[in-house]
Structure formats: structure tokens, C-alpha cells
Design a protein around this ligand. Structure first.
Ligand code: GDP
Ligand code: MG
Length: 299
């Protein structure tokens, strides 16, 4: 038996969560077009005969603006330590920027130090097309070489491999998983075979509700939303939606309650038949900047 951990690292929105879902084949982690959708490290577990890979989906590394932002960065940096494979992800649809360089640089440094294998992925090949994806691969290769020179990580650079992928369609993902598998050591399974995620059920349900809210809100509001299950009795589940200001509460509820109703309907559709989902919106002033609340929410 071989087993090990692979961390997926990249700027917000490059498609890390989508990749985990594609690999595991079930919805492990929520995905949305808004940055900072993934707030906790979530593990997706792939068990095949003789092999178990634990994929760690990390919150994107970014310049923090709030205390929550800082903690998300810390959590992403923690995920680096002690993995067998680092998957650094950039997207083919956008120029490689300073944020991507930061990610590549960090991955090279950690790989050099820990000996972890490094897979550098160019995602969203489906929407970029093959020639643009090819160009981006060359660009990333050059950027990695430059960074490796600057950071003195020759071994990590030499061991790095490059993968064009589409997390959405699954193209190239098999090759990536094969690379990860090839770099695992002998070891026992970490999780029962039937388990695909280490996220508990209540947290998952709160995340399903937050996912629907992210689809229906914009600007600063998505960041100001926190969801938690506050009551669970039989088939009745209450999810509390926290926002930071009264005006945000109004938006989340919507005219005549229509936003909240749509959120409830869409989230319930993903839960077992007969589940009664109660949604409550509450204002918790500036929760993103309050250490006590962040502790309580488990950030
Ligand atoms: P994360 O922040 O890195 O976890 O990114 P997500 O997985 O949440 O994805 C961000 C957005 O990019 C979502 O709208 C996804 O549907 C989209 N996306 C992710 N992977 C792909 C891909 O391979 N192709 C395309 N076209 N879109 C993708
Ligand atoms: Mg994510």
C-alpha cells in the first residue's frame, strides 16, 4: 500500500477546489466565481486499490486585507508543510502575475527544503484553447527557472513537472494523478476507504448554503457572509447566516424574501429528501475583524 498527501496551492479562483472535486468525483468542496470561496483546508480522499491520496484544498494565498484574510493565508501556508507532493496551480486564461510568482516561489522553496515533488499546473485549458495554454506553459517554465535562480532552488526546479489541465472537464487530470501516485511512499491508509472528505456533515451543509449565497451576491458582500449550523434535530436543520451590516442583511433576504428562498431551495435540492432547512440571517458587526469570533467559527 502507498499513501500520502498532496497540497494544491494557488491564487484565489485558479480552480483548486474544482480540481479536488474532479479528482474525487463527488462534491467535496464548494466552488464559485468569487475569490476566497474556500475558507478552510478541506481534504479530498482518493482511494484506489493499493493507493490512497489525500488532497488538501487550501484557501488561496493572497494579500490579506482583514484579519480573516490573514488567517486564511496562515492556513494555506500550514498546508505546505509535510506533504509528499505540491501542486502549484495557475490559470491559462490570465497573465502570470505577482500573485502567481509568489505561489511558485513558495512551492519551489518548500520543495527544495522538504524534498516534496512539485507539479506545476496550468488550469482552464478548456477555455484558453491549446495554443494559449501552450504559451502559458512556456511562460510558467521561464518564470519558474527565473525564480529558482533567484531563490536558489535548483533541485526543486529540476524535479518539477508541468501539466496542462482542465479541472472542469477533467482533461489532463489523469496524468496529474499518476504523477502524484508515483511520488507516494509505502504507507497505511489515513482514512477509511469509503470516506471522501474530512469535512463534517454540519460544516458541509453550512457550506452548501454559503455557496448559494455566493452565486447571488457581489462586491464585498460574499466576504462578509459566514454560515453555521446552529440546530440539527432529525430532519430539521437551522443554518444561521451572519453578515456584518444591516444593509447586507436586506440584500441576503431580498425583496419579499426571494433571495433567501432561492438559496434555501437550491441548497435543499442537494440534501436528503424531506430535509427541512431553516435559514436565519443575523448581523454580527465586523465579525471578520474580531479575533474572538474567528476563534469561535474555527478559523
Ligand atoms: P479556487 O479558488 O482556486 O478554489 O477556484 P474554484 O475551484 O472555486 O474555481 C473558480 C472559478 O473558476 C469557478 O467559477 C470555476 O467554475 C472556474 N474553473 C475552475 N476550473 C476551471 C477549468 O478547468 N475551466 C474553466 N473554464 N473554468 C474553471
Ligand atoms: Mg477554493
Amino acid at each position: 500500500m502507498r499513501s500520502g498527501f498532496a497540497a494544491i496551492v494557488g491564487r484565489p479562483n485558479v480552480g483548486k477546489s474544482t480540481l479536488v472535486n474532479q479528482i474525487i468525483g463527488e462534491k467535496v468542496t464548494i466552488v464559485s466565481p468569487r475569490a476566497n470561496t474556500t475558507r478552510h483546508q478541506i481534504r479530498g480522499v482518493l482511494s484506489t486499490p493499493g493507493v490512497q491520496i489525500v488532497f488538501v484544498d487550501t484557501p488561496g494565498i493572497h494579500k490579506p486585507k482583514t484579519r480573516l484574510g490573514e488567517r486564511l493565508n496562515d492556513s494555506a501556508n500550514d498546508a505546505f508543510s509535510d506533504v509528499d507532493v505540491l501542486i502549484a496551480m495557475v490559470e491559462a486564461t490570465k497573465a502570470v502575475g505577482p500573485g502567481d510568482r509568489r505561489v511558485l516561489g513558495r512551492c519551489l522553496e518548500v520543495a527544495e527544503r522538504s524534498g516534496a515533488a512539485l507539479a506545476i499546473c496550468v488550469n482552464k485549458a478548456d477555455s484558453a484553447g491549446s495554443s494559449k495554454t501552450g504559451e502559458q506553459l512556456l511562460f510558467v517554465l521561464a518564470a519558474a527557472a527565473e525564480l529558482a535562480e533567484e531563490l536558489r532552488t535548483p533541485l526543486a526546479l529540476e524535479r518539477a513537472e508541468y501539466f496542462p489541465v482542465s479541472a472542469k472537464t477533467g482533461k489532463g487530470v489523469k496524468e496529474l494523478v499518476a504523477f502524484v501516485t508515483a511520488h507516494l511512499d509505502e504507507g497505511p491508509a489515513f482514512y477509511p476507504e469509503a470516506m471522501i472528505s474530512d469535512q463534517d456533515e454540519a460544516k458541509h451543509i453550512a457550506e452548501l448554503v454559503r455557496e448559494q449565497l455566493l452565486y447571488r451576491t457581489r462586491d464585498e458582500l460574499p466576504h462578509a457572509i459566514h454560515c453555521q449550523v446552529t440546530e440539527w434535530e432529525g430532519q430539521h436543520i437551522r443554518v444561521e447566516i451572519l453578515v456584518e451590516r444591516d444593509s447586507q442583511k436586506g440584500i441576503v433576504i431580498g425583496k419579499g424574501g426571494e433571495v433567501l428562498k432561492a438559496v434555501g431551495t437550491a441548497a435543499r435540492a442537494q440534501l436528503p429528501e424531506g430535509t427541512h432547512l431553516e435559514l436565519v440571517v443575523r448581523v454580527e458587526k465586523n465579525w471578520q475583524s474580531r479575533a474572538d469570533l474567528l476563534d469561535r467559527f474555527g478559523f
